[in-house]
Design a binder for this molecule. Structure first.
Ligand code: AGP
Length: 608
């Protein structure tokens, strides 16, 4: 979703600000813009529909110019189509105030009418423009005070950065509901929607909370609450390296991130397996709660939801605990039977997904106990949960979740074993699972070495318009994740079904133009799945099977077989994940699409 950056300090180059903005490209956007003060403190701004590169072309002459203060924005259209006028920054009537905003102002129509009645002239269709005029209306020579007076009138979500030509050495920022992080070094102070643009400048950052404002000046900042009181906050150290967020010679981030999976798994597992037992230091204080809860509910979206489904199958198979999994956008509108004995597992790579956050807030109001399973240190979800377990994948820039999915699975397997053993004691059977989990990074490393085979298969299937992914039991989430990956980056209509459901309707779709991607490991449901695949073959559907190595039987009914190493039945979702990701990646690349920036999608979905 929208990304904002801002820089204030000495000798800030316009090109430098746009470079910082580029680090947020992965969040998804359809237009970009920048506002800055010239040497004579006049407000300049440039905005353009399309990629930041197009804005850079437009601004070639200006890129080396220096300024003391600038704010910039990538917009993911909500109110008003993507065009140059609707792009941010938005400017007030006096041409002195510029605003960048991430979020949605729900009462913008009322505010707009009131402001028009007071003589303000609007030029865009956006909700954001009201903020610029509101600040203008409230400005009496103090930008911080004007922003404070204005934001209390806003309903909805916002992270805003504001500059004023009469106060040329400061940026005022405020947050409610949308992520905002600030940081500084001796030369500049910065704001951004997430930490990636800050990494070249500092690793010590501050995450603003809802209801906080800050004034950024060269090399310093002050944080306030809505009453104007100073707020003292601790900095969070981010140990991601700048290079982690770069392509490192790969054609796409997505491919790089798939190839990073073994290393990410090593980090996810590190120090969590000790003497063949599972250990989560961050949950030590939570052990009593884990023993007392009588129900587990998982709340998540997209790929994180699929990871939650794997957790459900795993925990239910190994214990008598019931696990319910819900997509966050549904969870939050149900009549939830959550109480102090409900454990909520909130799974989110970004920790900023609006639906998941709202679900967690609702569950907390009902006294549910929340553990966040998250990748981003200091994200809103981790701050609002009772405990946080990090998956330690490092930055994931590709919009499609890849290494974070495999790391989520690894952590969730261990977490499942941890919860079960806290409640019922350690079971010898877990030893074998732990042994295989330990080896998983090497196993995945070995499978990635065969990624060329996936490209060959993808070449044969890239032009089909439809795909059906099927599986049973623990392979259902793999089928769902495979279909999601394919549709989001290759725009092929891919659906997923429980293999046994085919005959209840979806089989009517199948013919020679409708391939089936079967997730068919040699597990206890193999023969059940096989019958369903054979039913698809009887309707002439070409079948690609993802199967266990040396399983020649699968070759008898499949057009193409992709083999994965043999593992414990419960671990196939993990070992199969890189294959479904690589298949989708190669289809997308072969179709000439950009898998890193799929149309209409955003990496971090911060609106409902
Ligand atoms: C996955 O490839 C997606 N782009 C998307 O479904 C994502 O998993 C979802 O938006 C949830 O994000 P989160 O994990 O950051 O909460």
């Amino acid at each position: 979703m929208c990304g904002i950056v801002g820089m204030v300090g000495a000798d800030v180059k316009i090109g430098e600000v746009l470079d910082a903005l580029k680090k947020l490209e992965y969040r998804g956007y359809d237009s970009a813009g920048i506002a800055y003060l010239s040497a004579h403190n006049t407000l300049n701004y440039h905005k353009k529909k399309g990629r930041i590169d197009e804005l850079l072309d437009l601004m070639q002459e200006t890129l080396k110019e220096k300024t003391q203060v600038a704010i910039a924005h990538t917009r993911w259209a909500t109110h008003g189509e993507p065009n140059d006028v609707n792009a941010h920054p938005h400017i007030d009537c006096t041409n002195k105030i510029a605003v960048v905003h991430n979020g949605i102002i729900e009462n913008y129509s009322d505010l707009r009418e009131r402001l028009i009645a007071r003589g303000h002239v609007f030029v865009s269709e956006t909700d954001t423009e009201v903020i610029a005029h509101l600040i203008e209306d409230n400005y009496r020579g103090d930008l911080l005070e004007a922003v404070r007076r204005s934001i209390v009138q806003l309903d909805g979500a916002y992270a805003v950065g504001v500059i004023h030509a009469d106060e040329p050495r400061r940026i005022v920022v405020a947050r409610k509901g949308s992520p905002l992080v600030i940081g500084k070094n001796e030369r500049v102070s910065m704001l951004a929607s997430d930490v990636t643009p800050l990494l070249s400048y500092t690793r010590n950052v501050i995450f603003l909370e809802d209801g906080e404002l800050a004034v950024l000046e060269k090399g310093r900042y002050r944080i306030f609450d809505l009453q104007g009181n100073d707020v003292v906050k601790t900095t969070v150290h981010i140990d991601w390296k700048e290079a982690d967020a770069e392509k490192g010679g790969y054609k796409h981030y997505m491919l790089k991130e798939i190839m990073e999976e073994p290393e990410a798994l090593r980090k996810a597992l590190a120090d969590r397996i000790k003497e063949d037992r599972v250990y989560f230091e961050e949950l030590e204080k939570f052990k009593k709660t884990l023993r007392e809860v009588n129900r587990i509910m998982v709340v998540a979206c997209g790929t994180s939801y699929h990871a939650g489904l794997v957790f459900k199958y795993f925990v239910e198979w190994l214990s008598d605990l019931d696990v319910e999994v819900d997509v966050a956008s549904e969870f939050r509108y149900r009549n939830l039977h959550v109480n102090e004995r409900t454990l909520i597992l909130a799974i989110s790579q970004s920790g900023e997904t609006a639906d998941t956050l709202q679900g967690v807030r609702l569950a907390k109001r009902k006294e549910g106990k929340v553990i966040a399973v998250c990748n981003v240190v200091g994200s809103t979800l981790t701050r609002e949960s009772d405990a946080a377990v990090y998956i330690r994948s490092g930055p994931e820039i590709g919009v499609a979740a890849t290494k974070t999915y495999t790391s989520q699975l690894a952590v969730l397997y261990l977490l499942g074993l941890y919860i079960i053993s806290e409640r019922y004691g350690w079971n010898k059977e877990f030893g074998e699972l732990i042994y295989q989990m330990r080896n998983m990074p090497e196993v995945i490393e070995g499978t990635l070495a065969h990624s060329n085979q996936l490209r060959e298969v993808a070449t044969r299937y890239k032009d089909y318009l439809h795909f059906m992914y099927i599986g049973r039991g623990m392979s259902v989430p793999t089928a769902m994740e495979g279909a999601l990956k394919l549709k989001e980056i290759s725009y092929i209509n891919a659906t997923a079904y429980q293999a046994g459901e085919l005959k209840h309707g979806p089989i009517a779709l199948l013919d020679e133009q409708f391939p089936v991607f079967a997730i068919i490991p040699r597990d206890r449901l193999f023969y059940k799945t096989k019958s369903n695949v054979i039913e698809a073959v009887a309707r002439n559907a070409p079948v690609i099977s993802l199967a266990t190595e040396r399983d020649e039987e699968v070759g008898e009914f499949s057009k193409d077989v992709i083999y994965v190493p043999k593992v414990n039945d419960l671990l196939y979702p993990l070992v199969m994940a890189p294959y479904i990701q690589l298949f989708a990646y190669h289809v997308s690349d072969l179709k000439g699409l950009d898998p890193d920036k799929p149309r209409n999608l955003a990496k971090s979905v911060t609106v409902e």
